[in-house]
Design a protein around this ligand. Structure first.
Ligand code: AMP
Ligand code: MG
Length: 349
């Protein structure tokens, strides 16, 4: 398949809209990461997205809209809480999981009776959705398992020849995917942390917001004591309620080609240990990439992280050694990606 590279002028967006209307696939820019778009209400088009990405078909997609009115094509009940979050954060990096109308194809929702919706903060993509006036299904525009794409060249590297077109917009401002919050029950539950934090959601809603335990689940079970503390603080929903609600959480994610190790602990000791590890590895002839971010500025880490993993892969790095950030506020979102990228290869210092 020939992949067309489109610009951001009106004629390019019109061309992209025509491709979507014909049931084709177009990669589009957003403020979080690049998305791979198809008409969300066309099951055949959506199936092609799974195929192009190599994505498991039970991993549902986020549906992008450009006007609140388009929500009525996806869900019936718009609650007061949803309205508050829409007012505060849309367009922006917040996805809400809501009950799906029967006409939303189950291929779009990964077989669930809920649908994930957001309004992206990108003028090009908003005008594209306005043109088709159909909700746009769009997971991240990478091959399944690879780091999410934060600029058009990343999309081209992964999907050239597999999709109809790429809109060549700007590099993504945020750099990690949206916060996903389940709004189907009285207490909202964060299924995926992002740049919009639990504290921000809680403030706007004037109520408790919880975090799905799956966010903290490690394949090795992790530290039971940490989990207990979080439960005590009312941060986690109780385990009896536990059913993984965000199917995406169970898959291998964001992995660079290189081996990756995360050093966690006292910052000074971590720096020393990283320097030492780098020396040893270099001595063995390995090419080493080091990632140390400013703990006080997790937004900048979020912006840089996926792009940096891809840059390391391009330069043929054998091992990536990263320092952990503290897991509060936006740091939680960054560490959620970092742990998965490293396959939970963590060294406590
Ligand atoms: P991506 O499209 O790669 O940004 O991933 C979308 C994320 O949203 C995945 O983690 C999905 O599991 C999650 N998601 C999408 N729709 C739903 C839904 N209806 N219920 C729960 N999680 C969802
Ligand atoms: Mg993704």
């Amino acid at each position: 398949m020939e992949t067309r590279i489109l610009g951001t002028e009106k004629k390019d967006i019109e061309e992209a809209a025509r491709i979507l209307e014909r049931g084709g696939l177009v990669a589009f820019p957003t403020e979080t990461v690049y998305g791979l778009g198809a008409n969300a209400l066309d099951p055949e088009a959506v199936s092609k997205v799974y195929e192009a990405k190599g994505r498991p078909s039970d991993n549902p997609m986020i549906v992008h809209i450009s006007k609140p009115k388009q929500l009525y094509k996806l869900t019936r009940d718009i609650t007061e809480d949803m309205k508050k979050l829409m007012d505060a954060f849309w367009p922006g990096p917040l996805t809400m999981v809501v009950p799906a109308l029967p006409q939303v194809p189950r291929v779009t929702t990964g077989g669930l009776d809920t649908v994930a919706v957001r309004m992206p903060d990108n003028d090009i993509t908003l005008s594209l959705i306005n043109m088709t006036d159909e909700p746009l299904a769009g997971p991240s525009a990478n091959l399944s398992g690879r780091p999410s794409p934060t600029c058009p060249s990343h999309v081209d590297d992964d999907l050239h020849g597999r999709i109809d077109a790429i809109i060549q917009g700007e590099a993504c401002r945020v750099g990690i995917e949206s916060t996903v919050v389940d709004m189907t029950e009285e207490i909202p539950v964060i299924l995926r942390p992002g740049i919009i934090t639990r504290e921000q959601l809680s403030k706007v809603l004037s109520k408790k917001v919880q975090i799905d335990p799956a966010v903290f689940k490690r394949p090795d079970g992790g530290k039971k004591s940490e989990e207990k503390d979080r439960k005590k603080d009312g941060l986690l929903i109780a385990d009896d309620d536990f059913k993984p609600r965000s199917p995406g959480m169970k898959y291998k994610h964001y992995a660079p080609k290189a081996e990756m190790i995360i050093f966690k602990g006292d910052p000074d000791k971590v720096r020393l240990a990283i320097a030492e590890e780098k020396m040893i590895r270099t001595g063995f002839g390995q090419k080493v990439g080091v990632l140390i971010y400013d703990n006080e500025n997790p937004e900048s880490a979020a912006h840089d992280f996926f792009a940096q993993l891809r840059a390391f892969d391009k330069s043929g790095v054998d091992v990536i050694i990263a320092a952990a950030l503290s897991e509060d506020g936006v740091g939680l979102a960054v560490m959620n990606r970092m742990f998965k990228s490293a396959g939970y290869n963590i060294r406590e210092i």
